[in-house]
Design a protein around this ligand. Structure first.
Ligand code: SF4
Ligand code: SF4
Length: 285
């Protein structure tokens, strides 16, 4: 809400562009740099946009000339699309006073609301000394990234329960502890959300339990490492647009609120290590 208030109260022009979508259609994958550069020159008006386009296209020849005509054409198309595809957002008057008032945000620890949030907004210098009363020794609360819920991924993994061989390699490679295996008993599953899926757990010590791969959508960075590493014959993780996975949000809550269980396998194998609690949960990157 702070951002919305600021935009509305300062009459700021707010424009958006679907750079990821455009890059995908052109064939540039996730590479949005050319689209964003030409969009910037169109809006910033520091030099005539026609000149900017001319210089950018000349730079494409210098940077990518050796890679062939197709790459040059794709980058030139990206430059043209960046100029053409900007959408102006009409800022509603209600943004002047809109507030974050969700119960979830209010329920977070005071340290997160009054210090971590402020620092994350790059406004830490404005915090008075009194904000640190009680923590004068410099001890800061750990684990605050778990409250950020940035939702930055364009695509996030979707678990294909039938294809999964329960190796836990996805959890092992995820740099953010976003994708993790969860074990459940018959009793646990009685309270599972409707969209929750699991399968009979395989492996010594896992008898009588159910296995599921859980994904914290809002903490995923969309890097795709998990889907890449998944060794299942038919991939058990497929990257899908963020919005398609929203119905599964309650599953994550269910997973992390499961009764704590002893690690049934020990920590000396890749699979077993991932049944431990990750201590660098959702490191922001
Ligand atoms: S896409 Fe990257 S951040 Fe997201 S769950 Fe997979 S490995 Fe983790
Ligand atoms: S890497 Fe693939 S097969 Fe292995 S646990 Fe993860 S989803 Fe299942």
């Amino acid at each position: 809400s702070t951002m919305k208030n600021y935009i509305a109260n300062h009459n700021i022009n707010f424009n958006i562009i679907d750079a990821v979508g455009i890059a995908g259609k052109i064939g540039l994958g996730g590479r949005v740099n050319m689209i964003m550069q030409s969009a910037f020159f169109k809006l910033a008006d520091v030099i005539p946009v026609e000149d900017a386009v001319k210089y950018l296209k000349a730079a494409v020849i210098t940077s990518y000339g050796k890679k062939g005509q197709k790459v040059i054409d794709m980058n030139n198309a990206a430059i043209d699309k960046g100029v053409e595809s900007i959408v102006k957002v009409n800022v509603p008057a209600s943004w002047k006073t809109v507030k974050d008032a969700t119960k979830e945000l209010d329920a977070r620890p005071d340290y997160v609301k009054n210090i971590a949030d402020v620092m994350n907004r790059q406004e830490g210098d404005s915090l008075p000394v009194s904000a640190f009363a009680g923590i004068e020794d410099g001890t800061l609360m750990p684990g605050t990234a778990a409250f950020e819920k940035r939702g930055i991924a364009v695509n996030i993994p979707e678990w294909q329960v039938d294809n999964c061989i329960q190796c836990n390699q996805c959890a092992f490679v995820c740099p953010h502890a976003v994708i993790r295996p969860f074990l459940t008993s018959d009793e646990d599953l009685k309270n599972a959300p409707k969209t929750y899926v699991s399968k009979k757990a395989i492996g010594k010590g896992l008898e009588g339990q159910h296995f599921a791969i859980g994904i914290s959508n809002a903490d995923c960075s969309g890097c795709g490492n998990c889907a890449e590493v998944c060794p299942a014959k038919e991939k058990a993780l497929i990257m899908k647009p963020y919005a398609t996975q929203e119905a599964k949000l309650p599953n994550w809550k269910f997973n992390i609120n499961l009764p704590k269980k002893e690690n049934p396998m020990g920590t000396s194998t890749v699979k077993g290590s991932q049944f431990e609690q990750p201590l660098m949960e959702f490191s922001g990157a």
